[in-house]
Design a protein around this ligand. Structure first.
Ligand code: HEM
Length: 371
């Protein structure tokens, strides 16, 4: 009986000894040290977010503030879903873009447009309508054929709708919304947005047609310098510097429409098909070759933001230029509209404003009495 009790005690002692050995081994190998059990080994336990604080103490030796600053500044992480842009939690440049769009762009844009209207009004007040000095002769010459006028009016009508609907996107909420109320304003803006998207293609076709038809007449020449030096004769009655089919002022408008038209079309396409085009990084690379120092690593989101800003800037500048063009092509100059209306202009108008071209046409047999 005594022997069996002492052997039971021995077994218990052996078990305790074995447990102690296992415990010691585990402790030395770090098995209970926390990490293997999903616990942190830090002396100070991590804290839950409290009082609006971000989750704390999750990075070991790295400061939490560094992590959240990087997130706030738009660091790009990795995600396993197809949309890699989701790897960026906060798109910081969005704030800058919004500030630019709603700030300087809108404000200076309004000044550019109001400035253009003010300059034209002042010009009209001082100079009045530019008349045909010699009076109408009653004989007309063909200035633009049907194809040329079609190209012009495709571009012109589409541009005017694009300008109005574009301005609505920028200023409508400030100007029209308070007057029309949300229902009417949103219906108009929706229709305007569709018109803007689809008529953009008509504008592109028109610009390409005008470019092909008129490039040969818009190459700069020495006559242009004389014309510019004399202010085109626009400011003094009776002064008519010589010009070929297009004078220097018209050539400037032509190139503004062609180059501005290409630029506004490309940036518009980038907005119409989001995240498909990256024009800015490539453009900046080229500009950097001639001394600029612009960023060439741009995210697709930054490309979109730059496209929007550039599209609006080119649009505003083009509208200001075209307001001047429309004025001089209609009420500002007697006899000018006919060139794009019927295609026939009075021969005295032609001699006064485009003497070199008029002499060339008179050499042919293009003139005939007006009806
Ligand atoms: C109601 C609006 C418009 C009117 C009344 C108008 C009128 C005219 C006239 C009369 C001409 C011929 C000038 C000449 O015989 O020498 C002309 C030419 C031209 N138009 Fe327009 N236009 C209008 C809108 C536009 C628009 C919106 C654009 C482009 C976005 C445009 C682009 C041009 C170009 C590039 C030329 C040739 C260069 C020049 O004459 O300045 N026009 N336009």
């Amino acid at each position: 009986m005594r022997a069996s009790v002492s052997s039971a005690l021995d077994i218990r002692r052996l078990l305790i000894l074995a447990s102690l050995l296992v415990l010691t081994a585990l402790t030395l190998s770090g098995g209970f040290a926390g990490d293997a059990w999903g616990q942190r080994s830090d002396p100070v336990p991590s804290e839950s977010p409290t009082g609006g604080q971000v989750p704390g103490n999750v990075l070991g030796s790295q400061a939490d503030s560094d992590l959240w600053r990087a997130v706030r500044q738009g660091v790009q992480g990795r995600v396993s879903i197809p949309d890699t842009q989701a790897g960026q939690l906060i798109q910081s440049e969005g704030d800058n873009w919004r500030a630019w769009r709603n700030g300087p762009l809108t404000v200076y844009g309004a000044w550019i447009l109001l400035g253009a209207v003010a300059v034209i009004a002042l010009f009209f007040a001082v100079r009045g309508r530019i008349r045909i000095d010699a009076g109408a002769s009653g004989v007309t010459v063909e200035r633009f054929n049907m194809i040329e006028r079609t190209a012009h009016w495709i571009t012109a009508t589409s541009f005017i709708v694009l300008a109005i609907t574009g301005l609505n996107l920028m200023y409508g909420r400030h100007v029209l919304l308070p007057v029309l109320g949300p229902e009417i304003f949103s219906a108009i803006s929706m229709a305007g947005k569709y018109a803007h998207n689809f008529l953009a293609f008509a504008f592109m076709v028109g610009v390409v047609m005008m470019f092909l038809l008129w490039i040969k007449d818009n190459i700069p020449s020495r006559l242009d310098l004389v014309w510019l030096a004399k202010g085109g004769g626009l400011f003094v009655k009776g002064v008519h510097p010589p010009a070929a089919k297009f004078n220097a002022g018209q050539k400037l408008i032509f190139w503004a429409v062609v180059l501005g038209g290409v630029s506004i079309s490309l940036s518009g396409l980038a907005l119409l098909f989001p995240f498909e085009f990256a024009f800015f990084a490539k453009t900046f690379e080229i500009l950097n070759m001639v001394g600029f120092s612009l960023p060439t690593e741009l995210t697709m989101m930054q490309e979109m933001q730059l496209s929007q800003l550039w599209h609006a800037i080119v649009g505003l500048v083009l509208i200001a230029i075209i307001v001047g063009h429309i004025y001089i092509g209609s009420v500002g100059m007697e006899g000018a509209f006919d060139a794009m209306g019927s295609g026939q202009v009075d021969s005295n108008w032609a001699r006064e404003h485009h003497s070199v071209w008029a002499a060339k046409v008179a050499g042919g047999s293009h003139s005939h009495p007006a009806e």
